[in-house]
Design a protein around this ligand. Structure first.
Ligand code: HEC
Ligand code: HEC
Ligand code: HEC
Ligand code: HEC
Length: 254
């Protein structure tokens, strides 16, 4: 009986993994395999190459990064002191965490297309040319832009040190190293190896970046679905009692 259960479990897990791996990027908003500008001679109609390359990569951004860096001169971060210069009246946006002066690698990777100014097919690697220029993202809702004061803070370290009631601490955050994320009530949800906030959302490095909330690869969490999860949000849906905002409530004790 026990063996039978184990066997069933293995079969179910096995097919689930296959399904997830296949679903990955194909068919998601980052599937550029059908575009004429996207044609790597070694791998025609490639899925990975708009973002990664095996050689001549810019690995200062993320592993084997292929896209050109953002051409934006600079980004205005969430707690930029001088936001009035942007015609914005918000002068007191503050975060308990220390935010990097400019977006860090995994966020810069996203912003190298989502900045609204860099062409989608601007490759950064050496030795590729003649791909034309498809221009920046045209879908207005997909443009994040360079003024990040209108977005959730990114490029900060969310460690237990900023959780608490002391000076420079926020008491309405869960301890990222011990608290588990809230599981949505969704049978397609793919669990990580560890479900603590740090391991699941912050890749074990306590870094809050675009990739803490989104997964372009569809490997972990809620898979991309044009109806139920069109924005590739890592944890979407409702908890077991039917309450939503599971992504936000996974980190914020509100
Ligand atoms: C839209 C851009 C994009 C596409 C397309 C893309 N990736 Fe990535 N990839 C990223 C970003 C951003 C990161 C770094 C953050 C992360 O891990 O999500 C990354 C990280 C990775 C990593 C390192 C993961 C880790 O945990 O350190 C691997 C391996 C990888 N990608 C493989 C692939 C493969 C294989 C494909 C094609 C099936 C692919 N990627 C397509 C953007 C992309
Ligand atoms: C990966 C964990 C994580 C997730 C997911 C997350 N947040 Fe945050 N959030 C943080 C951290 C860390 C800060 C910085 C807290 C601070 O400095 O006080 C923050 C800051 C904020 C702030 C600004 C607080 C301030 O004092 O300036 C708001 C508002 C906020 N988050 C709302 C949300 C909402 C809404 C969602 C869901 C869409 C969300 N957060 C998802 C971790 C997260
Ligand atoms: C190679 C360029 C490129 C990179 C790199 C890239 N994106 Fe995109 N992304 C796009 C384009 C183009 C679209 C719009 C697709 C369409 O027209 O439907 C898009 C769509 C999206 C959407 C859905 C937008 C909507 O309104 O439905 C989200 C969410 C998103 N991207 C997040 C990310 C994140 C997070 C990263 C980094 C991990 C990233 N993207 C990296 C090009 C890119
Ligand atoms: C704290 C979590 C969080 C972080 C960090 C985050 N996003 Fe999002 N993002 C979301 C959620 C949730 C949505 C869906 C919002 C909705 O549907 O109303 C979203 C939507 C989007 C969209 C679709 C546009 C829209 O307005 O709906 C894009 C594109 C996107 N994010 C890209 C990024 C990029 C690029 C970064 C890093 C600069 C980033 N996100 C950081 C949670 C986050």
């Amino acid at each position: 009986m026990k063996t039978l259960n184990l066997l069933t479990l293995t079969v179910v897990t096995g097919s689930l993994l296959t399904l997830t791996a296949r679903a990955a990027i194909l068919g998601s908003p980052h599937d550029f395999s059908g575009y004429s500008w996207n044609n790597n001679p070694a791998d025609p109609a490639t899925v990975c190459s708009p973002c990664h390359t095996a050689h001549h990569a810019d690995s200062s951004v993320i592993p084997l990064w292929s896209h050109a860096s953002s051409v934006a001169p600079s980004f205005f971060m969430y707690n930029t002191a001088n936001v009035t210069g942007l015609g914005d009246s918000v002068t007191s946006l503050q975060s308990e965490a220390t935010i990097s002066a400019q977006p860090a690698g995994p966020s810069m990777a996203c912003l190298s297309c989502h900045d609204g100014v860099t062409a989608i097919n601007a490759y950064g690697d050496v030795g590729r040319s003649g791909y034309g220029n498809s221009g920046p993202i045209s879908l207005a809702s997909a443009v994040i832009g360079t003024d990040l004061t209108h977005s959730h803070p990114i490029s900060l370290t969310y460690s237990p040190a900023i959780v608490g009631t002391g000076a420079g601490q926020d008491k309405w955050l869960w301890n990222p190293n011990t608290a588990n994320v809230i599981l949505p009530n969704d049978p397609n949800f793919v669990q990580g190896n560890s479900m603590t906030i740090n391991n699941f959302l912050l890749k074990g490095q306590n870094r809050l970046e675009c990739t803490s909330c989104h997964d372009v690869h569809n490997q972990e969490g809620t898979p991309y679905n044009i109806t139920s999860n069109p924005k590739l949000v890592k944890i979407n849906g409702v908890d077991s009692s039917g309450v939503g905002s599971v992504l936000c409530r996974s980190c914020h004790n509100k």
